[in-house]
Design a protein around this ligand. Structure first.
Ligand SMILES: Cc1ncc(C[n+]2csc(CCO)c2C)c(N)n1
Length: 232
């Protein structure tokens, strides 16, 4: 029998392909991203990760099972302590400090992505949340693996560390979230499964939009004088 998450991955395949072909991802492969694009990505992703940590916190509040609590707790620590490395890689190439990148307001697409996950957390159950969270590790692991295979970078490649950070990870957290979702979906009605698929596909589209936001330096239509505030 096909795994439920395999069905999700197949349905999302056109979005995955569009992400692999996106000019920001191509720019990582070719080392051709502009400084401002790297800076915009890190400013936005720092706030995205803050939101992602909070959402894991909400997910913990929904857990009955200690092993699942422990998994989410480990992921929070991983994001806090290690997910900073690919950001440091981008900062280093852009010639800026990581501290300077922190505390900026969310751009429209990053805001949209975060609101989507928070909305699912508000309205849905734990399995809805996992469906919305899953494209984050799943798309990045596939991007990392593809770039390693295609580019086979040596240490002189500006994004050597970024590619290894995501590409070496096998499917650790992705596989663990997939198992939880496959088990959770097992006893659900078709209508509930369709809903989970919708959450998953929306997050995949928003992953694409996040790359696009960073590449195009997307901002709100009207410039405001207070350039810096907390990005919630
Ligand atoms: C927009 C965006 N999407 C995905 C990631 C990658 N990522 C973020 S947290 C995490 C661990 C999940 O437990 C992973 C793989 C990112 N940095 N930014």
């Amino acid at each position: 029998m096909t795994r439920f998450t395999e069905e999700l991955r197949s349905a999302a395949d056109p979005i995955y392909q569009a992400i692999f072909d996106h000019p920001f991802v191509r720019g990582i492969a070719e080392g051709t991203l502009r400084k401002e694009q790297l800076i915009h990505y890190v400013k936005q992703d720092f706030e995205y990760l803050n939101a992602y940590i909070r959402i894991y916190g909400i997910a913990i509040s929904r857990c009955e099972d200690r092993a699942i609590m422990a998994l989410f707790n480990e992921q929070i620590s991983f994001i806090l302590n290690s997910e900073t490395h690919p950001h440091q890689n981008f900062c280093c190439v852009a010639g800026v400090t990581y501290e300077e990148m922190q505390g900026y307001p969310l751009a429209p697409s990053a805001n949209h992505y975060i609101r989507h996950m928070l909305n699912v957390a508000h309205e849905g159950a734990l399995e809805d949340m996992i469906a919305a969270l899953l494209p984050c590790p799943w798309t990045y692991t596939e991007i990392g693996q593809r770039l390693l295979e295609e580019v086979n970078p040596d240490e002189s490649h500006p994004f050597y560390e970024w590619m290894h950070f995501y590409g070496d990870r096998e499917f650790g957290i992705t596989e663990q979230l997939r198992r939880l979702l496959d088990e959770g979906a097992d006893s659900l009605s078709q209508a509930r499964k369709d809903r989970l698929k919708e959450h998953f596909l929306t997050s995949c589209q928003l992953e694409y939009m996040f790359w696009d936001m960073a590449f195009a330096l997307e901002a709100w239509p009207v410039d405001l004088p207070e350039a810096k505030e907390v990005g919630r």
